[in-house]
Design a binder for this molecule. Structure first.
Ligand code: AVJ
Length: 320
């Protein structure tokens, strides 16, 4: 049940499942050590991400919101009304909630790996919108998913805002999009936000904010992994590092060892030399053409794009 999922994911709770432990171990032991960005989101991580969204340097959230404000009517005309709105990585559900008056969904199905945080957000939202049936699911949808039986099979609108699809490599993104297409049902579609390629100084600033919130967000992943895998990360020994890799068209986020480190966790250990890094996130930036290719490989076609005047971010609706 959702409540169980929420408990499993809660900050005080002990460990991750054997599958979570195995995934973390494999990443840590790889020649280039890595930890999946999904582990950025425990309850504190979700709150830190909310704070990132308020930073001057972090343009995506505010730019996407401005697109919804400027083009709301056109978006609603294109997407249609009613049906179920399935929110991928819903977080605090604020983006979807701002669209309820335009899209008028009958069902709202938010999915997020940060189960407790999601449950709290939905409890508040259900009060504000009592007529919409809400079913929060505390799940990791990156591994593929099946929607519960009661989610109507017609007019499913998948909502994937914020450029979160940028966390996946292009082949992984195609896999996820195929999975969505296979779950669309009749008359469904995908309303998605993508971050566009732009001047690298703008991108670098967005992931290296002056206040250090992004650094805290990145480092908090180590606290989460300490709990999930019984690891002994000392946060003072690691430093946030993020930069735009133009060739790969992605922001890379890493944690860099400030001294030699002996890391131990449940069932494993590894030495890190000073300067060695753990790769914690990719955030791919797309061109419209590049994203259209991705959609096509997954059996989708873009119906319409909406952007801001500077062309920093795009919202689009796609159908199978
Ligand atoms: C939630 C994946 C869209 O990639 O910009 C923000 C996460 N990482 N700052 C992004 C993030 C560092 C964010 N997404």
């Amino acid at each position: 049940s959702t409540a169980e999922l929420a408990r499993c994911n809660e900050a005080g709770a002990a460990q991750g499942s054997p599958a979570v432990l195995a995934e973390i171990s494999t990443g840590l032991l790889a020649r280039r050590s890595h930890i999946s960005p999904k582990y950025l989101y425990d309850t504190l991580g979700s709150r830190l991400f909310e704070a990132i969204c308020e930073l001057d340097e972090y343009y995506p959230t505010r730019t996407e919101a401005s697109i919804f404000t400027s083009h709301g009517e056109a978006i609603a005309a294109c997407v249609g009304q009613g049906g179920s709105l399935i929110d991928l990585g819903a977080g605090n559900c604020a983006k979807a909630a701002s669209l309820f008056p335009l899209l008028r969904p009958q069902q709202y199905v938010p999915l997020d790996i940060s189960a407790e945080f999601l449950a709290t957000a939905v409890a508040g939202l259900q009060q504000r919108f009592p007529a919409i049936a809400m079913t929060p699911l505390g799940v990791d949808f990156s591994a593929g998913f099946q929607l519960p039986e009661h989610v109507s099979k017609s007019r499913r609108v998948f909502f994937y805002p914020g450029s979160s699809i940028g966390n996946f490599s292009p082949p992984q993104a195609v896999g996820l999009l195929r999975n969505l297409r296979d779950n669309l049902g009749a008359d469904g579609g995908l309303l998605i936000g993508i971050d566009l390629v732009k001047q690298s100084s703008v991108l670098d600033a967005a992931y290296n904010d002056e206040l250090g919130v992004t650094a805290a967000f990145n480092l908090n992943l180590l606290r989460h992994v300490n709990r999930l895998a019984g690891a002994n990360f000392d946060l003072r020994q690691w430093q946030h590092c993020a930069y735009f890799d133009e060739a790969a068209s992605r922001i890379e986020m890493h944690l860099q060892a400030q001294c030699d480190v002996t890391l131990r966790w449940q069932g494993g250990a590894r030495q890190f030399a000073r300067g060695e890094r753990i790769h914690t996130e990719d955030s791919y930036k797309y061109t419209r053409g590049g994203f259209n290719q991705l959609l096509a490989s997954a059996g989708f076609e873009a119906v319409q794009y909406w952007t801001d005047p500077a062309n920093w971010f795009a919202v689009l609706y796609a159908r199978a």
